[in-house]
Write a protein of this length. Structure first.
Length: 432
């Protein structure tokens, strides 16, 4: 149950970032159009937001301090962890989240940090992405489509000269760079852990690990948190006046050495096209502030998402790695780690202009909007041509066929082979 699909990087139907993430249909009813510039005005008092841990799953490894001492002169090859499974399972496929929604009356919303962070950072985005919100019996489920844009990181999305999307197979095109960045982040999250210290086992095992191949899940913890957003006493409806409780699955990559409660988020930025007059090998040590400022400008959406995820997960520290290609011209799979920078999450959020008041204000506003409508399925869709987020009501069976097609395709891929490598035909089942 809820084993979900791994975050495979070579899925069929890879997203094309310059196009609409979903083609809308004329029969879909437009419920609301939100100018993303208006989202900055949505506020609530974050001091009144309450957090409570309901479950820790997986394991909690320790960060290795040795990586804080790496410089461009002592760079290390980025290790690849191709035998480990990394998961990015949507809300409704999680084995725990639907139970909280069903069994606890006060819980109105379930979601993952990945989905909520994309929503919170939407005003920083350029490319199209989408979120599916289902309202069932007066409760909300925030989901992503399997293999959607939210599964992949974008690279230089907000740069003055973003990657050229015309050549789909170019290693420096947006789709290939998104795959590369996602792989780098998975590998970085495992490489910088302390292998001499045994990870702490938590309340429950990794909820997505395959029972038939234990030990293949990547290290890291899932922290399920009950987050209660305060109401607004002056709001027009009773629902808006009252608090809203949601359960969110968040990810904690590790804890810091010498502490059991100082949790950290591990992320990596990557350089794919170093220039002779500006590159990390030459400038990271002497101009670290300028290197970060360039990344903030070129990757505003990605860094906004990462920061929001760290806040939702209660990670007070962000460790950000600087990774570059070993051979920039033609090899997107071998990289070097040039350094790791440590930031206090609150300070980093302030630096990028992400406030908790605005972050939780956005989430509460979207919840209030969908809760004012009838039960149904709603698509939140970012327009790739302008700074607008639209919410459409879509039929219940929308996107279900896509997932079934992928399930069939996966079954075909996993078909049994004979000694010669041919697919073994299914044996007829006798009916009695």
């Amino acid at each position: 149950k809820g084993k979900g699909k791994k975050g495979n990087m070579n899925r069929r139907g890879m997203p094309s970032f310059k196009e609409w993430s979903v083609q809308t249909k004329p029969e879909w009813k437009l419920m609301r159009e939100i100018m993303l510039t208006e989202m900055a005005k949505l506020q609530l008092d974050a001091k009144d937001v309450k957090f409570e841990d309901v479950l820790w799953a997986g394991n909690l490894p320790t960060y290795s301090k040795a990586f804080d001492r790496i410089t461009s002169k002592t760079e290390r090859p980025l290790r690849r962890y191709e035998t480990l499974d990394f998961f990015n399972v949507t809300t409704s496929d999680d084995p725990h989240l639907p139970d909280y929604l069903q069994n606890e009356q006060e819980v109105t919303v379930i979601a993952t940090d990945n989905v909520l962070a994309a929503l919170v950072a939407a005003a920083r985005s350029v490319y199209s992405f989408d979120i599916v919100v289902s309202k069932v019996a007066g409760k909300l489920i925030f989901d992503k489509r399997d293999g959607s844009q939210i599964d992949f990181l974008t690279v230089n999305e907000t740069a003055q000269d973003p990657p050229n999307a015309d050549d789909k197979d170019n290693i420096n095109g947006p789709v290939k760079l998104g795959q590369e960045a996602s792989c780098i982040n998975q590998n970085f999250s495992q490489m910088v852990l302390d292998t001499n210290e045994k990870p702490r086992e938590l309340d429950a095992p990794n909820p997505f690990e395959d029972e038939e191949s234990p030990g293949c899940a990547a290290s890291g913890a899932y922290r399920y948190r009950k987050i209660t957003l305060p109401g607004n006493p002056k709001a027009p409806t009773e629902f808006q006046q009252n608090p809203v409780t949601m359960v969110v699955r968040t990810e904690v990559n590790c804890k810091l050495p010498g502490s059991d409660t100082d949790y950290a988020s591990l992320k990596a930025m990557h350089e794919y096209d170093p220039k002779p007059n500006y590159n990390w090998r030459l400038h990271l040590e002497s101009q670290r502030g300028a290197c970060l400022a360039t990344e903030l400008k070129n990757n505003a959406f990605r860094l906004g998402r990462w920061t929001a995820q760290a806040i939702l997960a209660g990670c007070d520290t962000m460790k950000i790695g600087y990774v570059t290609r070993q051979n920039p011209k033609d090899d997107p799979w071998n990289h070097s780690l040039l350094g790791v920078q440590t930031y206090a999450t609150s300070g980093f959020a302030e630096q990028i202009g992400l406030t908790r008041n605005n972050m939780f204000g956005i989430v509460r506003n979207i919840i209030d909007a969908v809760m004012s409508w009838e039960d149904g399925k709603y698509l939140l869709l970012k327009d790739p041509t302008k700074s607008v987020l639209r919410i459409h009501e879509v039929p219940w069976d929308t996107f279900v066929d896509d997932e079934e097609d992928e399930d069939v395709e996966e079954e075909e891929e996993e078909a049994e082979l004979d000694e010669d490598g041919n697919v073994v035909p299914n044996q007829p089942v006798s009916v009695r």
